[in-house]
Design a protein around this ligand. Sequence first.
Ligand code: DMJ
Length: 619
Amino acid sequence: MTTPALLPLSGRRIPTLSPGASSFPHHRATLRLSEKFILLLILSAFITLCFGAFFFLPDSSKHNASVHSPPSGFMGVWRAAPRLHRLRDKIRADHERALQEAKQKLRKSKKALLHEIQTEKARVAQELKKKDVPRSLPPVPMPKLVGVNDGDPGEPDVKEKRDKIREMMKHAWDSYRQYGWGHNELKPIAKKGHSTNIFGNSQMGATIVDALDTLYIMGLHDEFKDGQEWIEQNLDFSVNAEVSVFEVNIRFIGGLLAAYYLSGQEVFKAKAVQLAEKLLPAFNTPTGIPWAMVNLKSGVGRNWGWASAGSSILAEFGTLHMEFVHLTYLTGNPVMHIRKLLAKMDRPNGLYPNYLNPRTGRWGQHHTSVGGLGDSFYEYLLKAWLMSDRTDAEARKTYDDAIEAIERHLIRKSNGGLTFIGEWKNGHLERKMGHLTCFAGGMFALGADGSPGDKAGHYLQLGAEIAHTCHESYDRTVLKLGPEAFKFDSGLEAVAVRQNEKYYILRPEVIETYWYMWRFTHDPKYRQWGWEAAQAIDKYCRVGGGFSGVKDVYSSNPTYDDVQQSFFLAETLKYLYLLFSSDELLPLESWVFNTEAHPLPPADGHPSFLCAGGEGFYR
Ligand code: DMJ
């Protein structure tokens, strides 16, 4: 006897055995699939009918129930037929009404329809605005400030120069007040407002915010009050504008924080926090490396179209620490993560490429620069350490290592003996230096104290050499103003070659380095060089409606670019003013200047007002 193989029963229907040879099944134990399906269909139709009858006509059925019918049971089902008619009629009526409404809408003019849409949009925006009320901040005492004084230099001739710088600031501000008020920047020749894509299509008064602390330290208090009033009444970040995260951080958050610390006016603190919260969605990327741009309203971020392989830019995502460290109480610090991620990555020759893809976490093009695209990343490593009262050893080490690699691969001496910082492009050194790179002289001097080994003197010397080279780039022009970029190649020394590198747009970097060098050495040549630059700016860039950049510093008959940049008021004039003030005004032991020259007190290690603890910053 064979034992039938045991089959697993699950999922199988075992056929009944027929007694004869016939294979025709006279009787079936179960239904066919198609039969089951039909039965199911009938059943569900019946259930739907009952549901319709009982629930879809709630009002009338209630009414009927109370007046005519027995409360429940069999009779209820009988009553389903008239209810079904009513249901059908109701559907027809609804249909008809919707049709009429649609016809009416179509009869309206395009203008009326647009108006209706706009009104609805405005209503929704209003609703959203109501929800957008900023979180209230904990009450905390105002920091006691060191070095916010007059800074009288003593010597009358220096005071005279300082007064001249103050007068230039007045001219720049008054012109903006008159012709560009509320716009981001000013066109001093056309005498109207100006803006660039870094501010999106917004009108956020960039010049007002950027200039506030300069006005304050120059003692221009009426102008400061005027700016404050504008901010109180008009500065609104719920705008549909796609802005540069970096620029908004350094100019607006930095400017507002500095204005708060100098004046103690709460409005600046509140606005800085609101704005920082608007920037946070930019960090929403797979790696946490922020997008270059973010829409302030929608929070959607993206990168510049021109950046290598969809990358974020080193100098942009690497220049957030100083400001965000002051806001950790409310925003956390999404920025610390960036440094951690960079520390894990391989670096070609120890150098940081300027491009990093925020999706993949991979470097883009291998281009390293201490000027545009890279500059303030290095600056903020050093300043993170200073902000922490020199406790953030990781920041200091990262800075020291980066500078060592830069010295090894990018810094050279020209045939004429000028020290310059070139750019590294795919394994090749380009012997060209940008005006932006000139800030590095001041950075080397600032970082000298605290550098590893016995190298403080070396870095102060390096700062002095860069200051000298950059001064040469000014001195070798007709206008005594520096070009945007200059070469050290084929017999050329510190001069621009290409036409599109000959412009000067009121940039601060060279004067910034003079000021740091002055503070650390008190060598009078730095005041002398600063004064030369101030005079050249006043002579060649001053116009009726403010100050303008010039297109060719080698031409005795320059044409204007017709832009008064906000950083001219925030940085160039501030550094000049400080250069002719005493060191007691904003001493470097108590203040760290962000990359837009906005002075901030150290925050880490201190219970700063916006950091957890909220005890205030006392020194
Ligand atoms: C400023 O906005 C900042 O200094 C920034 O770091 C780079 N350059 C401009 C001025 O040149």
